[in-house]
Design a protein around this ligand. Sequence first.
Ligand SMILES: NC(=O)c1ccc[n+]([C@@H]2O[C@H](COP(=O)([O-])OP(=O)(O)OC[C@H]3O[C@@H](n4cnc5c(N)ncnc54)[C@H](OP(=O)(O)O)[C@@H]3O)[C@@H](O)[C@H]2O)c1
Length: 255
Amino acid sequence: MPTALITGATAGIGAAFARRLAADGFDLVLVARDKDRLAESAAGLHDRYAVRAEVLAADLSTDAGIGAVEERVRAGVDLVVNNAGFGNKGAFLDVPVGDETTMLKVHCEAVLRITSAALPGMLERGRGGIVNVSSVAAFATRGTYGASKAWVVSFSQGVAQDIAGRAGGRVRVMALCPGFVPTEFHQRAQMDVSGVPSFMWLKPDYLVDHALRDLRRGVVVSVPGPQYKALVAAAKLIPAGLAGRLSSRTGRRYD
Ligand SMILES: NC(=O)c1ccc[n+]([C@@H]2O[C@H](COP(=O)([O-])OP(=O)(O)OC[C@H]3O[C@@H](n4cnc5c(N)ncnc54)[C@H](OP(=O)(O)O)[C@@H]3O)[C@@H](O)[C@H]2O)c1
């Protein structure tokens, strides 16, 4: 059976990937910080889908946590979903700088190191996939969060380019750029999203379905949902400052 490792697998988008990949017959390695919640998720997925579900408790804002995941992917996995992430409450000067550098560690350094650890084995075996979860915020100026997610897009594009033509194109790297998804994300960041219109919310299962289809097709930057495809196309046409101001007004209010 193929194995998928998912970071941030206990909630939201990561949990949706875990359910879908288990239903598709993948054995799972579930990564997050909360060990009890991981164990509960693993047991539930094993019982429902009869797959092996390993628990790997790791804090990806630490070298030890990233190192444990690097070690596990070097032992061999077929699909990696670098999904763990969070938002900080407030605009740049309101956020302690340590919280911003923690974000860069989880959103950028962990993604870089896990990708680097996973790819050689995938290229050797001639198959594999890496999904790096970014955001549509990558396409509009949006503080450290948007900057870190823009890095994920650019990094994934660069790696995809560097491995193009190797392993017969059967190893894929893709940046996934969701818009608003109802998860624990906004509550954890104390964001007030009550003003976000209903058509802007993407269902997690729809997002995952779209992402896996794009990965199969060799798409490098996946933007699920026609509303977000249109927004991203428009963001490339209007001045960056205006895109940033509009983006900040939608969904960047804090409780
Ligand atoms: N929801 C949205 O609207 C939206 C939109 C665009 C992009 N995204 C991106 O999607 C990804 C998943 O977010 P989500 O919406 O599913 O959020 P979520 O429901 O809050 O889930 C976040 C997951 O990440 C884990 N996590 C957080 N910090 C971690 C750390 N330091 N080390 C290891 N695991 C950690 C959490 O588990 P523990 O707390 O147990 O560690 C949890 O499993 C993030 O990268 C986010 O930026 C979300």
